[in-house]
Design a protein around this ligand. Structure first.
Ligand SMILES: [Zn+2]
Length: 398
């Protein structure tokens, strides 16, 4: 059994230890020591990183009382110096201790038990067995957590024998074992836990609830503590500040100003659509008036640059809304798109005509007798293809 230094002193970050065993695996070499400061993954808290004998510690895990440190290769010597990546570990201590505070307050305020705890690289969450939480309840939870932080209450950890456990009124039952480690926030929380914690609640720093959502019949609370909460505040402060500057308003007015801008944008888009519809109407009337006629049917054959395929299709639909009209249009943007349409009552098959054009000039397409679309023919063929199609129609209509 290794001496687990982090249980006695979670602030111990460097140590010397003897190698007790080593073994090679696929990912590298695993070493177990007679003592270690490296926390192995467990209880929702991820494993530590750092260096051992000058080598990077890639992972740490506990197995039957032994702690295995994964290294890229076998270290030199039998006495190794270990250095824990302190920024990472302290972050884990802030989040994990913050979770104990939040879980204790959730139980006290909402009668909610904590079902699980996840400490990720970005997100920290607890799942509570309470369905739905009003915004005011989430705010009250956050306020009380931060009040306990500012009270700077000491955290202690100690071991108790199994027979003592029933007297302790623990927040959750311990896992079975010879002895139970208790983490105590004086007067606030008493929990069985093998994790690493700060010395007093003040070291947790701000506890910020970021999101509450329904999850599996309960609630998932996403929160950040300490440096993570500050970093979150910092980027949001920059973002709100930049928005407020661009909108020429004070920070607190930024949200309302963005909403006004979004509403104005929606209105402008609606107006642009109406104007576009009117413009297409005029364009269609002019094209139809100038179009040649065969058998009483106006044939509008045009290649149109500078408009999207959707806009060209809208023009074709507007043209054939008038009786006795055929539209043979091509959008000549990045790729050629053909739209062949006819008015109801004109006895012509647009799908067949489009197929004839693409067989002759390249590309493909499909549709219905009254409306067909295609593309893929070379841009330099468009004018000739439309002229050919128009010629065919003149013959068929006369
Ligand atoms: Zn814990």
């Amino acid at each position: 059994m290794a001496d687990l230094l982090y249980l006695e002193d979670s602030f111990c970050r460097s140590f010397e230890a003897h190698v007790e065993a080593s073994r090679h695996g696929e990912a590298g070499c695993e070493v177990s020591l007679d003592r270690t400061c490296f926390y192995p993954a467990g209880g929702g808290q991820p494993a530590d990183r750092g260096t051992l004998g000058g080598l990077s510690v890639l992972d740490v895990r506990e197995e039957g009382g032994q702690v295995w440190h994964l290294l890229p290769e076998l270290p030199a010597g039998t006495v190794l110096r270990g250095e824990v990546d302190w920024a990472r570990r302290f972050d884990h201590m802030q989040q994990h201790s913050g979770q104990h505070v939040l879980s204790a307050v959730a139980l006290q305020q909402l009668g909610a038990q904590t079902l699980s705890f996840h400490l990720g690289a970005e997100l920290v969450t607890v799942d509570l067995d309470v369905a739905g939480m009003a915004p005011a309840a989430a705010q009250a939870l956050e306020d009380e957590c931060n009040r306990l932080v500012m009270d700077n209450i000491p955290l202690r950890s100690y071991f108790v024998a199994p027979e003592e456990v029933p007297r302790l009124n623990l927040r959750k039952p311990p896992t079975k074992g010879e002895r139970t480690r208790i983490v105590e926030i004086a007067g606030v929380d008493l929990s069985p836990c093998g994790g690493t914690h700060v010395g007093a609640t003040g070291q947790i720093g701000t506890i910020k609830v970021r999101r509450v959502e329904r999850y599996k019949g309960g609630s998932r609370v996403e929160f950040l503590c300490g440096w993570r909460a500050l970093r979150d505040y910092q980027w949001k402060h920059l973002a709100i500040g930049a928005l407020a500057r661009d909108l020429s308003v004070a920070d607190r007015e930024a949200e309302a100003a963005v909403r006004r801008a979004l509403a104005a944008e929606r209105e402008a888009r609606h107006e642009a659509e109406q104007l576009r519809g009117a413009l297409v109407g005029y364009e269609a009337a002019a094209l139809r008036a100038a179009a040649p006629r065969a058998g009483g049917v106006a044939i509008v054959a045009r290649a149109i640059a500078g408009q999207s395929a959707a806009q060209v299709k809208q023009l074709a639909a507007t043209l054939v809304a008038e009786p006795a009209t055929v539209a043979l249009l091509a959008a000549t943007g990045a790729a050629v798109r053909l739209t062949f349409m006819r008015s109801a009552g004109v006895e012509l098959d647009m799908r067949a005509l489009l197929r004839e054009v693409t067989e002759r000039f390249g590309g493909g397409g499909g549709g219905r007798p009254e409306s067909a679309e295609g593309g893929g023919l070379p841009p330099e063929q468009v004018a000739e293809a439309l002229a050919w199609a128009e010629g065919e129609l003149r013959v068929r209509l006369s």
